[in-house]
Design a protein around this ligand. Structure first.
Ligand code: NCD
Ligand code: ZN
Ligand code: ZN
Ligand code: ZN
Length: 390
């Protein structure tokens, strides 16, 4: 098979450290099958499937099921994330070692959707992770500071009568966990960084030798709390959309490398959970099929990253952080390659109903975006081509 690639950019296949695939438990919104298709169409060759499923992925039976199902579908490597604590309740450590040594070989542990609020438990999780050589990915929010919070703390939340969500809820726990990670000599990964202050904390922690990495989502690079003006719950997400000044500093921190990579936090939700009043709506938005375009818009068109830099933030760094030896690397001759081919000048219009996900909760509905993934190859086999699954 010959793929015509004139004028296009050939990148290593993208790696997403933060995907919610909803299987088991919420197969009405996404399955490993449909989520893998969305990933392949978005240029991804590996995704890390978050642990907040139902039942929670806190044991070897669940993580092995997710891993095997991903292999059966065969469109993208699905690496299950194990829960740090049993049932995501944050009271008792899960059997991290059993999951790390299971068939799924779990490399990343997280309590995303919840935070390990107890500092002693977090310290023990980090110490355990050092012994296992795995990564703890922290949801990065002090839950006791966001009780009842509905929107970024500021003028707009106040005007709409919503309880504010302070930047300090994120920054204080990221600082705490950086200190604990340094103490335990552990690798900490910070999920969905949303404030400029968190970038400052990360810079400070990295300067003193902490093994900390961090991700930013496409939506926190592009969207701001100005979106709240319409009350549309499609814009409700955890952590909340922040200010233009936050978004600007997140883009700069990503370009500088203080924030290591882009992760989608792809969060499918059912119509009834989104098409309701703001306070009742669930937080989260789709991301797998739009990530490359949002990175093109916010980072490439602004001159903040060249395509080499895009390869770094969408593929190389996430593969390194997630311990994937076979992803995110330049192609060696004779080796089956993981690749994404991108037309940087083409544009497309986002339609939630046309995305491969079962859910349709995209905040980019009707937007015309630059950057089209024209082909994705997993170990030398074409998984997606011109917007269709192969
Ligand atoms: C995520 C989800 O729906 O599972 N929601 C979200 O708003 N990001 C959980 C999470 O990442 O915190
Ligand atoms: Zn989260
Ligand atoms: Zn998440
Ligand atoms: Zn759909």
């Amino acid at each position: 098979e010959v793929i015509e690639a004139n004028g296009q950019v050939l990148l290593p296949g993208f790696v997403d450290l933060h995907t919610h695939l909803r299987e088991p438990g919420r197969e009405d919104t996404e399955t490993i099958d449909t989520g893998s298709a969305a990933a392949a169409l978005g240029g991804y060759t590996a995704v890390f499937a978050m642990a907040n499923t139902d039942p929670v992925a806190d044991n070897a039976v669940i993580v092995d099921h997710v891993w095997r199902r991903g292999q059966e579908v065969g469109l993208v490597d699905v690496h299950p994330v194990g829960a740090v604590t049993v049932g995501l309740k944050g009271e008792k450590l899960a059997e991290l070692g059993t999951m790390a040594n299971s068939q799924a070989r779990v490399k990343v542990f997280s309590d995303d959707g919840l935070c390990v609020a107890d500092p002693l438990l977090m310290r023990r999780a980090l110490e355990y992770s050092t012994a296992l050589d795995v990564v703890i990915a922290q949801h990065a929010e002090e839950p006791r500071l966001t009780v009842g919070a509905q929107a970024h703390e500021g003028e707009r939340a106040a005007r709409l009568g919503y309880t504010g969500w302070p930047a300090a809820a994120e920054e204080s726990i990221v600082a705490r966990d950086c200190l604990l990670a340094l103490h335990a000599n552990a690798r900490l990964h910070v999920c969905h960084v949303s404030t400029s202050g968190t970038a400052d904390v990360l810079r400070w922690a990295k300067d003193r030798g902490t093994k900390v990495s961090a991700e930013v989502t496409p939506h926190h690079l592009l969207l701001t709390d100005e979106r709240l003006a319409t009350y549309d719950p499609v814009n409700k997400v955890n952590p909340p959309l922040r200010t233009e000044s936050d978004a600007e500093k997140l883009r700069a921190a990503l370009a500088e490398g203080v924030i290591d990579c882009v992760a989608t936090d792809h969060a499918p939700h059912a119509v009834q959970d989104k098409d309701t009043e703001w306070t009742a709506a669930r937080p989260g938005m789709l991301g797998l099929q739009t990530a490359l375009s949002i990175v093109t818009e916010t980072m490439v068109r602004t001159g903040l990253l060249d395509w080499r830099g895009v390869a770094r933030v969408l593929s190389e760094r996430p593969a390194e952080i997630g311990n994937l030896a076979d992803q995110g690397r330049p192609i060696a001759v004779g080796e089956p390659a993981n690749l994404a081919l991108v037309d940087p000048d083409a544009e497309w219009t986002v339609r939630g109903a046309e995305l491969a996900s079962i859910a349709a909760n995209t905040p980019y509905e009707g937007m015309r975006l630059p950057g089209v993934v024209t082909a994705t190859l997993l170990r030398g086999r074409t998984t997606a081509r011109d917007g269709k699954i192969c």
